[in-house]
Design a protein around this ligand. Structure first.
Ligand code: MG
Length: 304
């Protein structure tokens, strides 16, 4: 793919907080999402913002009205964390460090997490502090068993229905993303993959990674939404005016996830949370269709 001309990334304001009619619509959207399927769980600032005094009410159709760029993380987002696929990668990262530095498994694990927290990814830390070649690391850690990944036709269908362009934005490798997406049956539903190599090995949540991503897809001036399992990546996205959706994961691997769990409520930078990505996307497109089909109220005629 020929590199596209870079455009400056312009932070955009989010949709205004809903009031009156929109607040009622948001309440409807919430109740519908709660009842749609077993295990389905959507939360919005509607539920948490009022309780914690932050944020405000958000209506799905309004919030995503001008979204034409849909950004998806890969691991523990496009596939459920419960399948434990990322646990395999996590274990292989520790094994790589154990072999590289000649330390025991416990020390390797400690070093891995320290590098991850301090540098954004384990790889970024290994490159900065130990001169590791990224390709060798990526090939090693992504050499995993994909059998826990099941085809996800409902997710594929939900992605297709989104109006606009769709990209995978991952701190992993393109080859890993392609293998996962192919197994899920969603690979051909995306317009592109922005992997860690394409981003010059600068990982999310660093602002430079987001700038490079937006340059890659010429997305700096259009409405965007991002789906992620890691809260701190969404915090960076929110700072750029991107609508943020947390895909809930019980694989707690970062202080930002522990902090969110301890807080017991969503911070302002997370606009929605779901544990069923396909169902949430369906909810978005359904709310947009409903809004489009709604009759326009006739203009009021002043009485004379
Ligand atoms: Mg992830």
């Amino acid at each position: 793919m020929k590199p596209q001309k870079a455009k400056p990334l312009q932070p955009r304001p989010l949709s205004p907080k809903a009031t009156g009619k929109n607040a009622a619509a948001a309440a409807t959207a919430f109740s519908l999402s709660k009842g749609e399927g077993e295990g389905l769980y959507h939360r919005s600032i509607l539920e948490t913002g009022i309780a914690n005094g932050a944020g405000g009410v958000r209506n799905l159709a309004d919030t995503f009205a001008d979204t034409s760029l849909w950004i998806f993380d890969l691991d523990n987002t496009l596939y459920p964390a419960e399948c434990n696929l990322f646990a395999q990668i996590d274990a292989r990262m520790s094994a790589f460090i154990q072999d590289l530095l000649g330390v025991d498994p416990v020390e390797a694990r400690r070093i891995q997490k320290q590098l991850y927290y301090e540098h954004g990814t384990t790889l970024a830390g290994l490159m900065a502090e130990h001169g590791v070649k990224p390709e060798a690391f990526m090939d090693y850690v992504h050499d995993i068993d994909l059998s826990p990944i099941q085809p996800a036709p409902e997710l594929a269908d939900a992605i297709v229905r989104l109006q606009g362009r769709k990209f995978i934005f991952t701190n992993g490798s393109a080859r890993h993303a392609e293998r996962i997406a192919e197994k899920l049956g969603v690979l051909d539903k995306f317009d592109g993959i922005f992997d860690i190599a394409t981003g010059g090995y600068v990982p999310k949540p660093k602002p430079q990674a987001f700038r490079r991503f937006m340059d890659f897809c010429s997305g700096g001036n259009c409405g965007s939404a991002m789906f992620e399992d890691l809260p701190h990546n969404l915090e960076a996205a929110h700072a750029l005016g991107i609508v943020t959706v947390l895909v809930r994961s019980d694989y707690l691997d970062h202080p930002s996830q522990h902090a969110l769990k301890a807080a017991g409520r969503l911070p302002d930078y997370i606009h929605f949370e779901t544990d069923d990505l396909a169902a949430f996307l369906r909810q978005v497109t359904a709310s947009q269709a409903k809004e489009k089909a709604a009759p326009t109220a006739p203009p009021e005629h002043p009485s004379s």
